[in-house]
Ligand binder design. Structure first.
Ligand code: DQA
Length: 147
């Protein structure tokens, strides 16, 4: 199982950005933990972070044929990027949405996800565990070879 993990804008600041909301782990530490979690089940991970909507769409496109599933934290784009929504839908890659914080309990603008309708599941509010649960969900899906 090949998993594409995409982190959206400002997640490069993890560790120093609102640690009371997003935790103390850096992006590097988070990616290492995701890879370790996935590797324990024999899955491979390609992880990227981008602050740009167009670059996220280019990363999705470039890695879609390699990936069996997508784990995406679209960050602030969650709430308004129809472009990323359309890309996820167009690539027909099984997708799972992730958030470190519980967006349903924060400011009203964060309670809306335009990405959720094109995802199979959403995990939120559990810090890095949200990602681990998304990985586990993807591992429950069949890969492209039907394995
Ligand atoms: C976030 C929640 C978003 O509202 C916010 O813009 C982020 C991070 C999260 O992981 O909790 O950048 O996606």
């Amino acid at each position: 199982m090949n998993l594409l993990v995409i982190h959206g804008p400002n997640l490069h600041l993890l560790g120093r950005r609102d640690p009371e909301i997003y935790g103390s782990a850096t992006l590097k530490e988070l990616n290492a933990a995701i890879k370790k979690h996935a590797a324990a089940s024999g899955a491979r991970v390609r992880a990227f972070q981008s602050n740009s909507e167009g670059e996220i769409i280019d990363l999705l496109t470039a890695n879609a044929s390699w990936a069996d599933a997508l784990v995406i934290n679209p960050a602030a784009y969650t709430h308004y990027s129809y472009a990323i929504r359309d890309a996820v839908e167009a690539l027909s890659l099984p997708a799972v949405e992730v958030h470190l914080s519980d967006i349903s309990k924060r400011e009203p603008f964060r309670r809306v996800s335009v990405i959720k309708p094109v995802c199979l599941a959403q995990f939120k509010g559990e810090g890095p565990t949200s990602y681990f649960k998304a990985v586990d969900y993807c591992l429950g899906l069949k890969n492209k070879k039907g394995e």
